[in-house]
Ligand binder design. Structure first.
Ligand SMILES: Cc1cc2nc3c(=O)[nH]c(=O)nc-3n(C[C@H](O)[C@H](O)[C@H](O)COP(=O)(O)O)c2cc1C
Ligand code: SF4
Length: 480
């Protein structure tokens, strides 16, 4: 039986008295009335490039693993975004969508014209469901190859490129001997699975990234424009190719690595190529890291420098995330790939209530404010989007009021309750189903499983209610 916990002066949802997870959340003294919400900053419009967002609420990119294996939009993708759109936020950013036409599992793709039709259906769905109130952006991503952690037999039998006799010896050697014998890179491939880096310039396809990526991003963005998206967010964050170019760990010696002026060169070239392709018809910005968190990685002064460069180049918005890198990820199990949200930088990216002080709420905000300040000081009004553990009205108002950001995004709180900002706007904040910040959803993402939320995926008394669409195993509802 759950223990009863003491009465709280704050307003939690029903059930708080018996669920300790709710008591770990930021207390809400009082949700705003409808009139207060209407007069607030968060629910006021903001200009982003060619258009206005009706309010400064924003659902950032979240991969739900609902596309086909060929990267097409499915009914599951449509209903996922339809559900967020019914909550009528100012903007929704569609999940990281691949710019190449290569197999990449059930992730959306924009790497060929055949994807335009499905993406156009997605745009129509969101416009209809939000009654035209929500602007729809899409995040475009490039990533390098990462292999699953091999068995010892597979590694020394097939992958290891060293002399055969060494491979044969190591096959029966203990872990300490293996660690002493292999090069750091081979050891990493053995322990974690092979992972390409932007610094692997001995590989022709890595060396040529600066030559091919601007065109690939531009062509994908053109398809998104054709599909009717209001905006494109270039994914320059987390563990992926473009963030790795920005990273202080990028030591390429071809003019695209080393000092930060060089590291920002390719991201700026990608931006220019995309802009040349889509013009000023859509909002074009990027997501990047306010802090990489990893040892030797970018800190907030690097992020401030990049932010100013992006603003000067003419980006329409700057969205800031935090951490989420491979460099400090946990060792995966054999047969699994490393996941960039399992180490300290991952815990900063999607912080839970178990994270160290000051806890998960608004953890990225001081760094975001520093970037915003640098952009303003350089004379630019480019809107800055803050994200990370923001799940109450007061947090959003405080960020906007202090000038630390212009738009406030919430990922997991929107997943827990896609209507949450609408409820707050209508003075019904007490009805918000609050996110527990314990990352059940992130565990599903890690397993590349259909993402749902523990706060609603079994609400209607599964397994008897056969009317609700469910995951393949029949155990979870796929939408709230
Ligand atoms: C299931 C899941 C999938 C995500 N997928 C993406 C993604 O595709 N691109 C991205 O930039 N961030 C992604 N994120 C990170 C979120 O956009 C956000 O930065 C992070 O969850 C912290 O914000 P929050 O505290 O409001 O949840 C994902 C987060 C979750 C929980
Ligand atoms: S599963 Fe739901 S409640 Fe838990 S962290 Fe994710 S969004 Fe929040």
């Amino acid at each position: 039986m759950r223990q009863r916990v003491p009465q709280s002066p704050f307003c939690y949802e029903p059930g708080a008295l018996t669920d300790r997870r709710l008591l770990k959340l930021l207390p809400v003294e009082r949700w705003p009335t409808e009139a207060e919400a209407k007069a607030s900053r968060w629910f006021s419009p903001v200009r982003v490039g060619p258009h206005e967002l009706q309010e400064r609420t924003w659902v950032p990119a979240m991969v739900p693993w609902r596309a086909t294996d060929e990267g097409f939009v499915t009914p599951g993708v449509l209903s996922w975004y339809e559900r967020f759109a019914q909550g009528e936020p100012g903007a929704i950013v569609v999940e990281a969508t691949g710019i190449r036409d290569i197999p990449s599992g059930p992730l959306l793709r924009a790497g060929h014209d055949r994807y335009v039709e499905g993406l156009a259906r997605l745009v129509e769905t969101v416009k209809r469901a939000s009654r035209g109130r929500t602007r729809l952006y899409i995040q475009l991503i490039d990533f390098l190859a990462i292999k699953r952690r091999p068995t010892k037999e597979a590694f020394f039998g097939r992958f290891f490129k060293g002399p055969r006799e060494v491979a044969e010896k190591l096959l029966t050697a203990d872990e300490e001997t293996i660690a002493r014998t292999l090069s750091p890179r081979d050891l990493e491939a053995y322990r974690f699975g092979l992972r390409e880096r932007v610094t692997d310039t001995h590989l022709p396809h890595i060396a040529e990234l600066p030559r091919v990526l601007p065109g690939l991003f531009a062509a994908a963005a053109r398809r998104c424009l054709q599909a009717g998206f209001d905006g494109v967010e270039l994914h320059f964050a987390h563990a992926y190719t473009m963030a790795s170019f920005l990273s202080a760990l990028n030591t390429r010696d071809d003019g695209y690595g080393g000092p930060r002026e060089n590291r920002v060169k390719l991201p700026l070239e990608v931006y220019s190529a995309v802009r040349a392709e889509v013009g000023a018809r859509i909002a074009l910005g990027c997501r990047f890291l306010a802090d990489e968190i990893i040892e030797g990685g970018n800190r907030v002064d690097d992020a401030a420098f990049f932010g100013v460069q992006f603003a000067r180049a003419g980006m329409d918005f700057l969205s800031l995330s935090r951490g989420g890198k491979f460099e400090d990820a946990k060792q995966p199990k054999v047969g699994h790939a490393a996941y960039p949200y399992t180490g300290p930088s991952g815990h900063e990216c999607m912080p839970t209530t178990a994270v160290a002080a000051p806890g998960p709420f608004g953890r990225n905000l001081p760094a975001v404010a520093d970037v915003k300040q640098a952009v303003v000081a350089a004379g630019f009004a480019t809107p800055v989007v803050a994200c990370g553990g923001i799940a109450t009205f007061q947090q959003a108002e405080d960020v906007l009021g202090s000038g630390g950001a212009d738009v406030v995004a919430s990922a997991r709180q929107s997943l827990a309750d896609p209507d949450w900002t609408k409820k707050v706007r209508e003075g019904r904040g007490a009805e918000v189903r609050r996110c527990f910040f314990t990352n059940y959803c992130e565990g599903l993402d890690q397993a590349h499983d259909v993402v749902t939320c523990q706060r609603w995926d079994r609400l209607k008394g599964l397994p008897d209610d056969a009317t609700v669409p469910r995951t393949k195993d029949g155990r979870r509802m796929v939408a709230p």
